[in-house]
Design a protein around this ligand. Structure first.
Ligand SMILES: Cc1ncc(COP(=O)(O)O)c(C=O)c1O
Length: 359
């Protein structure tokens, strides 16, 4: 054996590992996972049956074009099928977007803190991240982001609502931003949490994309639709962006189980969205009670809340863990807590109150 090792791309050096939300402890009293912004409800019966039926044929490759899903989405959103591209979760589609647009010497602009996959997939592409701090209110600073666009910029992520702060940008400011970004720079509106938005001033990206060829909208079945474990997301974009996404997709990446479950979810949308409504109700309750306890909670349009705890972050996360609630700490910054079922939220609120009294 020699000491030599295969040469790997230098671009991979120092890439932070994606940290998934921790699962709750396997033993001990009941504990809740509020660390990954998942839907707490089990699959709807129709969706489970569709997935189970597809599972009976997994000796076969899936439909590589995701035809049934793409057709369902096209009619659901009133967009041409050629404007749709699917992937292994919306993070998979985001990676395809980078592969399609950026490489060494190019720049990718995004807010910070925002979705932690952005720096990872940018670095893998070889491009350079340009991070623009959120405002003091934890919102995207769209003017500063537009100022950060240079002739090296290839892609800008706008995470709306933003993970992990839950804050959302509104129509007028987003349109002003889009008007400032040159047409040869792709703007990706990451709307993973769109179904939880209740502020009518927060625009639906699919409306903004229609007459803007440089806007791409990312959506997922992982959050409101409750299919996180099946890995399916999609983009809505004009040609040639959508075509580039189809070229860069992992062949057969989206399983037939995921495709059929996604179609069944779209067809069971009323029942699913009722569950989303109840989560939004819980979100309002969590925000109200935290505020009453004295916490500062940024306005959230997503299925999670953000507490900027600074140096107390690790202590707070440990207190939650001890109480049976797993949250998502960002060391030295804050904690993101998913809105779950009422019992989980109750436990979290009790823990927050006790912690607050001890502050
Ligand atoms: C803003 C945002 N975009 C995309 C994703 C990726 O979700 P998925 O790959 O499951 O579709 C997440 C997941 O946490 C997210 O928070």
């Amino acid at each position: 054996m020699t000491e030599m090792a295969p040469k790997l791309r230098a671009a991979l050096d120092g890439i932070p590992t994606y940290r998934p939300g921790r699962p709750p402890a396997a033993d001990g009293p009941r504990s809740y996972k509020l660390s990954s912004n998942e839907n707490p409800y089990p699959p709807l019966p129709g969706v489970l049956e569709a997935a189970a039926a597809a599972a009976g044929a997994f000796n076969r490759y899936p439909d590589m074009a995701c035809s049934a899903l793409v057709e369902e989405l096209a009619s659901r959103f009133d967009v041409p099928v050629t404007h749709l591209a699917t992937g292994t979760g919306s993070v998979g589609v985001a990676q395809q977007l980078l592969q399609s647009t950026a490489g060494p010497g190019d720049e990718v602009v995004y807010a910070w803190r925002s979705f932690e996959a952005y720096p990872i997939i940018t670095q893998i592409s070889g491009a350079t991240s340009v991070r623009v701090p959120l405002t003091a209110d934890e919102v995207h600073d769209l003017d500063a982001m537009a100022d950060a666009v240079t002739d090296r910029t290839r892609l800008v992520f706008v995470c709306n609502p933003n993970n992990p702060t839950g804050t959302a940008v509104r129509r007028a400011e987003l349109e002003r931003f889009l008007d400032r970004v040159p047409g040869d720079v792709l703007v990706v509106l990451d709307e993973a949490y769109r179904e939880f938005v209740r502020d009518e001033e927060v625009p639906d990206g699919i409306e903004l994309y229609r007459d803007r060829p440089n806007v791409c909208v990312l959506r997922t079945f992982s959050k409101a639709y409750g299919l996180a474990g099946l890995r399916v997301g999609f983009a809505v974009a004009h040609e040639p962006v959508a075509a580039a996404l189809r070229k860069t997709a992992v062949p057969f990446g989206v399983s037939q189980i995921a495709q059929d479950a996604a179609v069944a979810s779209l067809r069971s949308e009323a029942a699913l969205l009722e569950r989303v409504d109840s989560l939004v109700g819980e979100r309002e309750r969590v925000v109200r009670e935290l505020t009453a306890q004295g916490w500062t909670v940024p306005g959230t349009q997503a299925n999670f809340v953000w507490l900027r705890l600074g140096e107390r972050t690790a202590d707070f996360a440990a207190a939650c863990e001890a109480a049976g609630v797993t949250v998502r700490p960002f060391a030295g910054e804050g904690v993101r807590v998913t809105v779950g079922e009422a019992a989980a939220n109750d436990l979290f609120l009790q823990t927050a109150q006790t912690f607050r009294k001890d502050l």
